[in-house]
Design a protein around this ligand. Structure first.
Ligand code: SAM
Ligand code: SF4
Length: 315
C-alpha cells in the first residue's frame, strides 16, 4: 500500500485503550479519561479484524499501544491473535512498564518479541511527579522481566524535557550498555490539552549529543538517528520538532474508538467501525491516501493540529 507521495505504508499502530494507570503530564489531563461506554470502543475482535484487513493490504508491522495497553483485559490474547495473522513480520508493544513484570513471559509466548518501555527519569520522586503517581521500581521490574524472558531489543523511550531530565542524559544513556537496551530520546511534542510547558522544555534532541562524548553516528533506523557510545551502548534520537522525519513516515494509527489517523498531528480521522470486507479495505486505503506530505511546523508556540491528547492516539 503506497500513499500519494509514494511512501510505502506497512506499519499499523494499534491503540487498545485510551485509559492508563499513569497520568503523565505531557500526555494526559490530571483527572484522567472521561468515562466512555464500552460500545464506543472497538472490541478486541473488531481490532483484530481491522488489523487483518490492513495486513491484507500490505501492512507487515504491528505495534500495540494505548493509553496503557496492559490495562486492557485480554491484551496478551489479542497479541497472540495478531501475531498469528499470516503476513505479520513484526509485533511489538509500547508500555509504561508498570504491569509488565507479571505479563512479560505471557506476552513473549504470545509473539511479542520486542518492547518499548517509557522511562523519563531514574529519580523515584521525579518519576512520581512526571507520571503523577507512578512508581519507578515497577517500571524497572518490568524492564528486567522483559530482558529476562528474552525480548529483544528492549528499547527505553525517554521524552526529553528541558529543565526536567536533561541533567540525566548521561545516566540515562549509560543504561544502554549497562542493561543491554537501546535508549531513545524523543523530543517533547506540543499536543493535546495537557499542561503547558515553557519554551525551555522543548529542547532539540541534539542536546543529547552535546552532553555525551566520543559517540559515533550509525545512520538511521526508521524514524531514529542512531549513535554508538564509547562504552558500547546505543542510543537513538527522535526529533519530530527540530528535524521532521515525515518523508520516511510509513504508518497509520488505529485509535481505540475505531478511527484511523493518517497523521499523528492532523485533525483528519477516518472511521472504520462497523466496516467489513471491501468497505473496510477501502477505508484503510483512504486513510493511506489522506496522509499529508508532512505535519507542518511544531514548536512551543505552534501546537499540533491533532484534537486528541496522546493517550487517545497511541503515541
Ligand atoms: N502508555 C504507554 C507508554 O507510556 O509507553 C504507551 C502509550 S504512550 C502515549 C506512547 C509514547 O508516547 C510514550 O513513550 C510516551 O512517552 C510518548 N508521549 C506521550 N506524550 C508525548 C508528548 N507530548 N511528547 C512526546 N512523547 C510523548
Ligand atoms: Fe499513560 Fe503512556 Fe500517556 Fe504516560 S505516556 S499517561 S503512561 S499513556
Amino acid at each position: 500500500m503506497r500513499d500519494t507521495f509514494r511512501r510505502e505504508i506497512d506499519y499499523l499502530r494499534i491503540s487498545l485503550t485510551d485509559r492508563c494507570n499513569y497520568r503523565c503530564v505531557y500526555c494526559m489531563p490530571p483527572e484522567g479519561v472521561a468515562k466512555r461506554s464500552h460500545s464506543d470502543m472497538l472490541t478486541l475482535e473488531e481490532t483484530e479484524e481491522i488489523a487483518r484487513s490492513a495486513v491484507s493490504l500490505g501492512v507487515r508491522k504491528l505495534r500495540v499501544t494505548g493509553g496503557e495497553p496492559l490495562v486492557r483485559r485480554g491484551a496478551a490474547d489479542l497479541c497472540r491473535r495478531l501475531g498469528e495473522i499470516p503476513g505479520v513480520e513484526d509485533l511489538s508493544l509500547t508500555t509504561n512498564g508498570a504491569l509488565l513484570a507479571p505479563l512479560a513471559a505471557e506476552l513473549k509466548a504470545a509473539g511479542v518479541h520486542r518492547v518499548n518501555v517509557s522511562l523519563d527519569t531514574l529519580n523515584p520522586e521525579k518519576f512520581r511527579a512526571i507520571t503523577r503517581g507512578g512508581t519507578l521500581a515497577d517500571c524497572l521490574a518490568g524492564i528486567q522481566a522483559a530482558l529476562d524472558c528474552g525480548m529483544a531489543p528492549v528499547k527505553l523511550n525517554v521524552v526529553l524535557i528541558g529543565g526536567f531530565n536533561d541533567d540525566e542524559i548521561p545516566a540515562l544513556a549509560a543504561l544502554s550498555s549497562r542493561w543491554g537496551v537501546e535508549v531513545r530520546f524523543i523530543e517533547l511534542m506540543p499536543i493535546g490539552h495537557t499542561v503547558p510547558f515553557g519554551p525551555e522544555a522543548y529542547l532539540p534532541v541534539d542536546a543529547v549529543l552535546k552532553r555525551l562524548e566520543g559517540w559515533t553516528a550509525e545512520g538511521t533506523e526508521g524514524v531514529a538517528r542512531m549513535f554508538r557510545l564509547p562504552d558500547g551502548g546505543r542510543i537513538g534520537l527522535i526529533s519530530p520538532l527540530s528535524c521532521r522525519f515525515c518523508a520516511q513516515c510509513n504508518r497509520l494509527r488505529l485509535t481505540a474508538d475505531g478511527f484511523l489517523k493518517p497523521c499523528l498531528h492532523s485533525r483528519e480521522e477516518i472511521s472504520v467501525r462497523g466496516l467489513h470486507g471491501e468497505a473496510l479495505q477501502a477505508a484503510i486505503l483512504a486513510a493511506a491516501a489522506a496522509k499529508p506530505a508532512d505535519h507542518g511546523p511544531l514548536s512551543g508556540q505552534c501546537r499540533s493540529c491533532s484534537q486528541r491528547d496522546m493517550h487517545r492516539i497511541g503515541g
